[in-house]
Write a protein that binds this ligand. Sequence first.
Ligand SMILES: O=P(O)(O)O[C@H]1O[C@H](CO)[C@@H](O)[C@H]1O
Ligand SMILES: O=c1cc[nH]c(=O)[nH]1
Length: 234
Amino acid sequence: MTIHIGANKDDIADVVLMPGDPYRAKWAAETFLTGAKCINEVRGMLGFTGDWNGHRVTIQGSGMGMPSMSIYANELIKDFDVQTLIRIGSCGGMQGHVKVRDVILAQTASTVATPSSTIFKELNFAPTADFGLLHKAFHAAEKMDVDVHVGGIYSSDTFYDERPDLNKEMQRHGILGVEMEAAELYTLAARYGRRALGVMTVSDHLLTGEALPADQRERSFGDMIDIALSAAFA
Ligand SMILES: O=P(O)(O)O[C@H]1O[C@H](CO)[C@@H](O)[C@H]1O
Ligand SMILES: O=c1cc[nH]c(=O)[nH]1
């Protein structure tokens, strides 16, 4: 047990899927896993462990933002020895060819800063997905006939953004979408030699102003979960 995860070591699988929303964790566990058991309720940040096609999987909420992700990823890696961490998130689309409900596989995650920034001092570290997971996720998405994009995303510290100039530069440099956790997850995975990937569904669009309601963000992003599970065990 850790401060934020009230589970025994063997309650948590080697592979952990991490939505920001703890109720997406519940929905995903009930929908995709058999024999799912709740393994964490501390602070309402729900986690579940069950089976997918004979493989043991944990789905643990990360909360919103990189400081929260950092807490859960640190504990999962250092205390529970988790080997594979896949974020299953929502994101805002930032390019015209990226549509609401499309899936983005985050090859890189640019940031202004992460909780890890202070250790890098003047270095601009480039948080990057695990290539093996990325490759497998892409093939899984192609097989499922999902509209998928692979490329850079922006991990922001603010949902209600007040820097339109920064978004413009991101867009000019091909950034596909914005979310709030992947860069710190990739950085921790690199530090501790684990596999990480961010699979995101576009829930709203910065260019068109479209936005899906909360219940759909919680319960309707099944394709990205299939992709994440397929990539983890391919
Ligand atoms: O839907 P989740 O996985 O929480 O991801 C996105 O949604 C939240 C903001 O609404 C942030 O956590 C952002 O990264
Ligand atoms: O961080 C996020 C998540 C979803 N949509 C956004 O616009 N930003």
